[in-house]
Design a protein around this ligand. Structure first.
Ligand code: PEP
Ligand code: MN
Length: 352
């Protein structure tokens, strides 16, 4: 159920509706919009009658939401959500006119590696640095990440470069630690339906980057996001990172058609990961261009200062020069769509 307030409704009118919802055993989710506030109702305390709300002051109407996902749906909020990352003075917002560019290695490997990566991606126009300190790997014998030491290096990078930090949390207990360091909590593809992790990040104050599961349908993807919003964290960024298909010329099949589908169904921003989406370095640039053209709100790209010796995902990591080329090429494509990047040829030319 969705309670739509009249344009002139007061804060007290909204509060009264919220109190009524709580008294019935449900949870209210007020979502202020440019023209009016809508209040989503979640919970499983039985059926709801629109008439219960339509008599309250300031209420325009109460309407059932037809989709299984409620809070993420465009029925609740028609305007795109803007997700602020880090402190307001950092000026980083996902879903606005500037494309969100997240770049860096698959995993934090050493101080030298992560500082070199940060230096190169920042000069090329990335505003956020990626790097896993905890790596959920297919093999238990593969490199599992540097753990807390890796998080401390990421915190140093933030102090030195002002880049916002995007790093993965792998389970609810681990989230207690990761959220102390991260600006954005990444939930990996394999964890997209780890419901206890989704609920845990839903109680965090940090924005969440939710990657699409390896075989998730659009509804399953949006329902995973719904778990996070239903716990009160509305700052969710979706990420298409390729799905499993019969195709074997790439690691995964990057499903760019999901971008307009998500945009039609949800107000949440969606970015694209062409690195895991293709698994091959030479496919990353063309798919990054396509992702921007199809309307993605940003990219997350693996870039490694010494990709040939990376401890994970080296074969799909761009060399820093290739990332600069990517930024150069996507910037005019973004402009066609009325969007910008922070790529600056002058900044690059200033490199010693
Ligand atoms: C990653 O971003 O390094 C990663 C493991 O991604 P995914 O969860 O999409 O496989
Ligand atoms: Mn990776």
């Amino acid at each position: 159920m969705l309670v739509v307030m009249k344009p002139g409704a007061t804060d007290e009118n909204v509060a009264q509706v919220c109190r009524k919802i709580e008294s019935m055993g449900f949870r209210p989710h007020p979502m202020p919009g440019a023209l009016r506030t809508a209040i989503g109702i979640t919970g499983n305390s039985g059926p709801l009658e629109p008439a219960e709300f339509e008599t309250l002051p300031g209420v325009a109407e109460a309407i059932p939401v037809s989709k299984p996902y409620k809070l993420v749906s465009r029925e609740l909020k028609d305007e795109p959500s803007l997700i602020p990352v880090g402190p307001p003075e950092a000026g980083v917002v996902v879903g606005g006119p500037e494309l969100a560019i997240i770049a860096g290695p698959c995993a934090v490997e050493s101080r030298d590696q992560i500082f070199a990566a940060a230096d190169r991606v920042q000069r090329a126009g990335a505003r956020m640095l990626r790097g896993g300190a905890f790596k959920p790997r297919t093999s238990p014998y593969a490199f599992q990440g540097m753990g807390e030491e890796g998080l401390q290096l990421l915190a140093e990078v933030r102090r030195e470069f002002g880049l916002m930090i995007v790093t993965e949390t792998i389970d609810p207990e681990n989230c207690d630690l990761v959220e102390q360091y991260a600006d954005v909590l990444q939930v990996g593809a394999r964890n997209m339906q780890n419901f206890s992790l989704l609920k845990r990040v839903g109680r965090s104050k940090k924005p969440v980057l939710l990657k699409r599961g390896l075989s998730a349908t659009l509804d399953e993807f949006l329902m995973a996001a719904e778990y996070i919003l239903s716990e009160g964290n509305y700052n969710v960024i979706l990420c298409e990172r390729g799905v499993r298909t019969f195709a074997d010329h790439t690691r995964n099949t990057l499903d760019l058609s999901v971008i307009p589908a998500v945009k039609a169904a949800s107000h949440l921003p969606i970015i694209v990961d062409p690195s895991h989406g293709t698994g091959k370095r030479d496919k990353v640039l063309p798919l990054a261009r396509a992702a921007v053209a199809v309307g993605a709100d940003g990219l997350i790209v693996e870039v490694h200062p010494d990709a040939d010796h990376a401890r994970s995902d080296g074969y799909q990591s761009l060399y820093p020069d290739q990332f600069e080329g990517l930024m150069r090429e996507i910037t005019p494509i973004a402009a066609v769509l009325g969007r910008t990047t922070s790529f600056s040829p002058a900044e690059l030319a200033a490199r010693p």
